[in-house]
Design a protein around this ligand. Structure first.
Ligand code: G16
Length: 543
């Protein structure tokens, strides 16, 4: 075994986005690309000497090679121990749990989340801090700065390490512990939810379908839903993680999980459906002929979480990302809970959870989670819903209808315009930003702008400020449109247009969301000039 110090040079563009560094797989496979970024992580966080880490990923193409490189680099940089999921597999929430459980100095997670995987698709890497959460902006900026200063990286030359066999081994002076990716996580779920009640509901004939989309949650869902909770064999579909996700786009939304939607709309379809994404942190919840928008899911969970044993004492507070609908705010107001509005990105919830200010967090981007880990958690959200259904004996449709009857319905939709010319998209946002001060009082498509700003967030725990987090247009009558460019794409730009409109009820709660939102959709297009500036009139994906 030889310790090598390899000369290198900074590589442009290694700047983490909303959630780590995401690029096309061939970019990551370029000479030194992964190695440079890993060395920058170590350099920017005080070095790896004597430290311990968790390493794993969602199993996408290049995951296995990247894990070997990271282990060899951790050993060469003097790390004391690495805990690695068998075959390099860990869902993102399971990795977060292991970091916390074994109190490591952080973790390196390999995933491009909901982006497709494969030799010509996407790959990603991110660093999680010792609290188990995604590195906050100060840390990702330090990593980016370190990528610009690199002159060398350290790695040991050695045969591939056996990461298929569970148990301890040594890599030079570094301990490597290969762990079952599922068991610790599944045990944690048993402490939070009433497995007996869910098992009894399933025993009474409740049928469910979980679509793992050939991504990382298959083994987790099989163990928990089928083995521990007694769902019929085959309830978990697309359950084998594949390097290219079987060609699927593992993004749990009605567009990409269309097969699940079809099954839930079919005659004699199951009572409950759910899907998760590449790395297991996202979720989509569907009832029989009932789609639950992520914002509504967050609000329903906020109103009912106390029915799950792990949350019986109530929630300390809730948080949502700014573009997420205000449905949860209404629950928080009624319960007297603090409710925080943060920028897009799970990393912004970490301080609030660490400070004990919030228990439950959620985003419109199919992310929901709690302070049991510091990542959003797809399987957790599914179990929370199952626990609520078991405790109330209600269907998803009834639960949602009763929620709307009590709190009103916040109609919500996100329109994505993908693969835009990056310069044109940035220019459109810049132009809009420049016009914000003049917008209040003006009218577009019959709606009058009441307020217009660019969202800035001051973290209430550490005082850090994050500006430029999305353009907000609020209209008289309360409708809202938000626009921002995605920070997770790997080619061109994606414009996200988030739309909401609240109806108090009791009438007008059962409209089609697009119909209810039609006026605010028109106004947002008019004001931003989407057709004129980026040449699009219809979105590629609607959620
Ligand atoms: C990541 C972040 C989320 C964010 C989402 C969308 O999710 O963790 O907080 O809401 O991206 O971000 P954007 O709108 O910038 O594309 P994931 O599941 O991709 O890690």
């Amino acid at each position: 075994m030889t310790l090598l110090t390899i000369p290198t040079q900074p590589i442009d563009g290694q700047k983490p986005g909303t959630s780590g560094l995401r690029k096309k797989t061939p970019v990551f496979m370029q000479h030194h690309y992964l190695e440079n970024f890993v060395q920058a992580i170590f350099d920017a966080t005080g070095g790896a000497a004597g430290k311990s880490y968790v390493v794993g990923g969602d199993g996408r193409y290049f995951n296995d090679r990247a894990v070997q490189v990271i282990l060899r680099m951790a050993a060469a940089n003097g790390a004391a121990k690495v805990i690695v999921g068998a075959n390099g597999i860990l869902s993102t929430p399971a990795a977060s749990h292991l970091i916390r459980k074994y109190q490591t100095d952080g973790g390196i997670i390999l995933s491009a989340s909901h982006n497709p995987g494969g030799p010509n698709e996407d790959f990603g890497i991110k660093f999680n801090t010792p609290n188990g959460g995604p590195a906050p902006e100060q840390v990702t900026e330090a990593i980016f700065a370190a990528t610009g200063r690199l002159t060398e990286y350290r790695i040991i030359e050695v045969q591939d390490i056996d990461i298929a066999t569970l148990g301890p081994q040594m890599l030079g002076d570094m301990h490597v512990s290969v762990v079952d990716p599922v068991s610790d996580y599944a045990d944690l779920m048993e402490t939070l939810f009433d497995f007996n009640a869910i098992r009894a509901m399933i025993g009474r004939g409740f049928r469910l379908r979980f679509d793992a989309m050939c991504a990382v949650t298959g083994p987790y869902a099989r163990e928990i839903l089928e083995n521990r909770l007694g769902a019929a064999a085959g309830s978990v579909v697309n359950a084998t993680p594949l390097p290219d996700f079987g060609g699927m786009h593992p993004d749990p939304n009605p567009t990409w999980a269309a097969d699940l939607m079809d099954k839930l709309w079919a005659e004699d379809g199951p009572d409950f459906g759910a899907a998760s994404d590449g790395d297991g942190d996202r979720n989509m919840i569907v009832g029989r002929r009932t789609y639950v928008s992520p914002s509504d899911s967050l609000a329903v969970i906020a109103a009912n979480a106390h029915l799950a044993p792990g949350y019986a004492g109530g929630l300390a507070g809730v948080a949502r990302s700014m573009p997420t609908s205000t449905a949860v705010d209404r629950v928080a107001a009624e319960r007297g809970m603090e409710c925080f509005e943060t920028p897009t990105g799970w990393k912004f919830f970490g301080n609030l959870m660490d400070a004990g200010r919030v228990t439950l967090c959620g985003e419109e981007s199919f992310g929901t989670g709690s302070s049991h880990v510091r990542e959003k958690d797809g399987v957790w959200a599914v179990l929370m819903w199952l626990n609520i259904l078991a405790a109330t004996g209600k269907s998803v449709a009834d639960l949602l209808a009763e929620h709307w009857a009590r709190y009103g319905r916040t109609y919500y939709s996100r329109h994505d315009f993908e693969a835009l010319d990056a310069d044109a998209a940035a220019a459109m946002i810049e132009d809009l930003r420049a016009r914000l001060p003049g917008l209040p009082g003006t009218t577009a498509s019959g709606l009058t702008v009441a307020a217009a700003d660019d969202f800035a967030y001051t973290d209430p725990v550490d005082g850090s400020v994050s500006a430029g987090q999305g353009i907000r247009l609020t209209f008289e009558g309360g409708a809202r449109a938000v626009m921002r460019l995605s920070g997770t794409g790997t080619s061109g730009a994606t414009l996200r247009l988030y739309l909401e409109h609240h109806a108090d009820g009791p009438d007008g709660l059962t409209l089609d969301a697009q119909e209810a939102l039609a006026p605010v959709i028109r106004a947002a297009h008019d004001i931003a000039g989407i057709a004129e500036k980026v040449g699009r009139t219809t979105p590629d994906v609607v959620t």
